[in-house]
Write a protein that binds this ligand. Structure first.
Ligand code: CTP
Ligand SMILES: C[C@](O)(CO)[C@H](O)COP(=O)(O)O
Length: 239
């Protein structure tokens, strides 16, 4: 772990904030193609992770940020982020949920609201963090930002045969930051027997309610090379 003081997890951003944000940033970025770990690839001359942490730190509710970095890069990531915001950096794991669990483990028990945010959604705006946190503060166990699905969605067999058309009015594309009452997120991770692709999925398996709030086009996940081009353009549209 690397914090403002090694072993000290109180690296505080805004003492009046009531939210800790966990930022998994330890992925390889295989779908982006060969190169550095995805969170360290450049967008407009700065690593995706720097963009993500800058916007996270701009949300007034955020008291603490914990980043899960590739294990070999913990010290380098701490040095990279220190000029941007006070952060604690831990070693991530083999899967995204392992990285989230490693970061969650250092969030102090007196912080009641935890948001989990992908470094890859590096342009998610501060007001999205506030919207998600406000919904948790208002009483929800788990809150996810979501957008309507714009394409027609087909269910397809392994051989390519179309089995049917799904009613897209009930579908949503889900983003991060996802917000949780801290004990609920901890219980969901403790109970998770299988891999989950998002943290809300683990909460759903506990049988606890998850609610949606409107997402943001700026919270797109940089996954494939085209997404980097889209993110570069989105930067020019930020207000
Ligand atoms: N073992 C892992 C895998 C992913 N992540 C993080 O989880 C977020 C969402 O994951 P994704 O976009 O799928 O990133 P990668 O796993 O790096 O992408 P790919 O599957 O293309 O390798 C990213 O910020 C990524 O760094 C992580 O912290 N630890
Ligand atoms: C957490 C997430 O970003 C929500 O959409 C998504 O599930 C991550 O999925 P990935 O397959 O790890 O990119």
């Amino acid at each position: 772990m690397s914090g403002d003081n090694d072993g000290d997890v109180t690296a505080q951003l805004n003492a009046r904030g009531d939210v800790a944000v966990v930022v998994p940033a330890a992925g390889a970025g295989v779908r982006l193609g060969p190169g550095a770990p995805k969170a360290l690839r450049l967008l407009d001359g700065e690593p995706l992770l720097v963009h993500a942490v800058r916007r996270t730190a701009a949300a007034p509710s955020v008291r603490m940020i914990v980043v899960a970095a590739p294990p070999a890069d913990v010290e380098a990531v701490h040095a990279l982020l220190s000029p941007v915001a006070p952060v604690v950096v831990v070693a991530g794991g083999a899967e995204r949920q392992d990285s989230v669990a490693a970061a969650l483990a250092v969030v102090p028990d007196d912080i009641d609201i935890v948001l989990v945010h992908d470094a890859a959604r590096c342009l998610a705006p501060a007001d999205l963090f506030e919207r998600v946190a406000a919904a948790v503060r208002a009483g929800a166990d788990a809150v996810i930002p979501a957008l309507p699905v714009v394409d027609t969605i087909k269910e397809v067999a392994a051989d390519g045969r179309v089995l049917g058309t799904v009613d897209r009015s009930v579908l949503r594309a889900v983003q991060t930051p996802q917000g949780f009452r801290a004990p609920v997120l901890r219980a969901a991770h403790a109970a998770a027997a299988d891999l989950h692709t998002d943290d809300a999925g683990a909460v759903e398996k506990l049988g606890r309610p998850v609610i949606c709030v409107p997402g943001s086009d700026f919270a797109l996940k940089v996954t494939r090379p085209l997404d980097l081009a889209l993110a570069t353009h989105l930067l020019t549209l930020e207000t």
